[in-house]
Ligand binder design. Structure first.
Ligand SMILES: Cc1cc2nc3c(=O)[nH]c(=O)nc-3n(C[C@H](O)[C@H](O)[C@H](O)COP(=O)(O)O)c2cc1C
Length: 206
């Protein structure tokens, strides 16, 4: 399959068969992440591969509870029900990869901070290259998984329980949870959500 077809045919998969993923396939998927580009080649990422169903259930419950608490505190009633489903289904997959980012403050960021720049302004001027690098690694995971016949989904909404999940998984303080990626054989087909037309998103300056 050519690369563009592979990219276009990858879908976010949210229902999985229980079939386990052979270790060799997982290693190849992780190798794809390992070879993603990263700002300054820092490779400030870490991947925890979780297969233990009890652990996945516990993480999913932590996320669900946090969303329920938020809904209650903000007086939102049932309004976050859909968000909860989209944030908690990862425990149905045979494997979920938790993706962590190492907090890294470059010399330029230190200098900007020293000059009194606010965190949001620093983010804007620096482009969050550590976070962008994580995104490249995750996309490689999704594409590699798809190329091997697996479905996966990039999940950021579970980050609402990132402090609790980081503690549960015992990661050091300088590592932050940025995404969960459940992977498994898809239990059904998915229709491609529409994309904006190229003319809407691209401008040329010839
Ligand atoms: C940064 C990011 C965060 C996402 N977070 C979630 C999420 O928390 N829950 C979810 O079900 N899907 C999540 N998705 C998947 C998107 O909903 C999905 O990519 C989009 O609807 C396009 O569908 P496709 O991936 O099938 O092309 C996320 C995708 C990205 C890139």
């Amino acid at each position: 399959m050519d690369l563009l077809t592979l990219i276009k045919e990858r879908r976010s998969v949210r229902q999985f068969l229980k079939e386990p993923i052979p270790h060799e396939d997982l290693e190849e998927i992780l190798e794809a992440a390992q070879w993603a580009p990263s700002g300054g080649n820092k490779q400030g990422w870490k991947f925890i591969v979780i297969k233990n169903p009890d652990l996945l259930d516990e993480m999913s419950k932590m996320v669900g509870d946090k969303i329920d608490k938020l809904a209650e505190e903000a007086g939102l009633g049932n309004k976050l029900k859909g968000n909860k489903v989209m944030a908690t289904f990862f425990n149905q997959a045979p494997v979920t990869i938790a993706v962590f980012m190492e907090r890294y403050i470059s010399k330029i960021e230190e200098a900007l901070e020293g000059l009194g720049y606010q965190p949001l302004e620093i983010q804007r001027l620096r482009g969050q290259s550590d976070l962008q690098s994580i995104g490249a690694a995750i996309q490689n995971i999704l594409l590699m998984a798809h190329s091997k016949g697996y479905g996966s989904c990039w999940l950021c909404s579970p980050n609402i329980a990132s402090p609790e999940i980081e503690k549960l998984l015992g990661v050091a303080e300088n590592w932050q949870l940025k995404a969960l990626v459940p992977i498994g054989k898809p239990a059904r087909d998915y229709k491609a959500p529409v994309r904006k037309d190229l003319t809407e998103i691209v401008e040329y300056r010839d």
